[in-house]
Design a protein around this ligand. Structure first.
Ligand code: SF4
Length: 375
């Protein structure tokens, strides 16, 4: 179907559903901007997406991207299920869970997966629920991302095994961003929560990244900070402890139960209590420094407490891949492509249904980033 006809169908559907809405025109304009947004800057896309308040309109946009063969997915790729840390908030701190979490993806499988799905990805995040730098062929995965034209490739790591040299190699291979996990600002909290971590080593890596950013000015550093009752207050001293922190994106994630772990205070009460004195001022400081801050709003925190969400966007845009799973349980990357599977299972119809039928709330226990406001 020609793209203009698809666009006309989309506009007609959106108009039928939203003709009485005053915000329709604004949202529609934002959708059009979104379609033509600079795909290289994923955070601009998140910002635009967070400005479109209507989930239905976003879903219609996704349906449009789907049918036009455009990229709209975020691929979250764990090529190895292992970690050298035993962070207290993570399931790797649980012996039983460690024994059942294992696997290494053969490079040949990674190649097949890339061939069948990477052309529809807007972002490739390597490392999601494990430590990717333990995977010997990490550079190969980055190269596959570049080969299939994924506009944004990010590596999420605890950073322990990274060196200035290895990071430079990954950047040359196509890496756009490194995301470092950091669960404490001070040495005491960092090493207490990130078991096997070393604060001095982390600081040296930060210094190496300062140098790397001089060589590669477009390379981005993101920090993921999981907030809990014991580390949220010290966020207030982030820029005192790290005055030259070369961070481009700071993500503050509330603690969530993602499996059995040594740390078991999952209450977000303290985070709500510190919101106006710590989280909000930090967001403002980030804004002043030109840093993108991805943080939950107070409403997001309340929604997490209820463990229910009506978020349907991530149902269609969040694709998880590991040595033991690939996107959907019945997706076989040996024989399927994203397009053949979608045709067989009516994915486009599912998106349209989600956009037009009444929304149902469902249980969640994992944070997905599009839930957060981006500042
Ligand atoms: S949080 Fe990350 S670094 Fe820490 S144990 Fe879990 S996977 Fe490893």
């Amino acid at each position: 179907m020609p793209h203009t006809r698809v666009l006309a169908v989309f506009l007609r559907l959106a108009h039928m559903r939203y003709r009485k809405s005053r915000l329709f025109c604004i949202n529609l304009h934002l959708c059009v901007i979104f379609i033509f947004a600079d795909m290289k800057n994923i955070y601009n896309i998140y910002k635009l997406a967070s400005r479109i308040k209507s989930q239905r309109l976003k879903l219609l946009g996704i349906a449009l991207f789907h049918i036009m063969g455009r990229r709209y997915a975020g691929i979250f790729f764990d090529p190895i299920l292992a970690c050298n840390f035993r962070c207290k908030m993570c399931y790797f701190s649980n012996k039983k869970k460690r024994q059942t979490t294992s696997g290494i993806m053969p490079v040949a499988d990674a190649e097949l997966i890339a061939k069948s799905m990477f052309h529809r990805a807007l972002k490739l995040q390597i490392g999601c629920g494990a430590e990717p730098t333990l995977y010997r062929d990490i550079e190969k995965i980055i190269r596959l991302g570049r080969q299939y034209g994924i506009p944004y490739i990010s590596l999420t790591t605890n950073g322990y095994l990274l060196t200035k040299e290895s990071l430079c190699r990954y950047i040359e291979a196509g890496l756009n961003e490194v995301t470092l996990s950091m669960h404490g600002v001070t040495k005491t909290t960092y090493e207490m929560l990130m078991v096997n971590g070393n604060y001095e080593k982390f600081r040296s890596l930060i210094n190496a990244i300062i140098e790397i950013k001089r060589l590669y000015p477009h390379f981005k550093l993101r920090i993921n900070y999981t907030m809990n009752a014991d580390n949220v207050e010290e966020l207030a001293s982030m820029f005192e402890c790290f005055p030259d922190l070369p961070v481009d994106v700071l993500q503050l994630r509330p603690i969530q139960k993602i499996g059995d772990s040594e740390y078991n205070n999952f209450s977000t009460d303290k985070l709500t209590e510190c919101y106006d004195t710590v989280i909000s001022p930090l967001q403002k400081e980030c804004e002043k420094r030109g840093i993108t801050c991805i943080a939950p709003s107070k409403e997001n925190l309340a929604a997490l407490d209820s463990s229910e969400t009506d978020d349907m966007i991530s149902e269609f845009t969040y694709w998880y891949i590991s040595p033991s799973s690939c996107w959907k349980a019945d997706y076989d990357f040996h024989t399927d492509t994203f397009e053949s599977y979608s045709r067989k299972h009516g994915v486009w119809r599912q998106i349209i249904k989600a956009a037009l039928l009444p929304t149902r709330k469902h249980k969640v226990n994992v944070t997905r980033k599009m839930n957060y406001s981006v500042k």
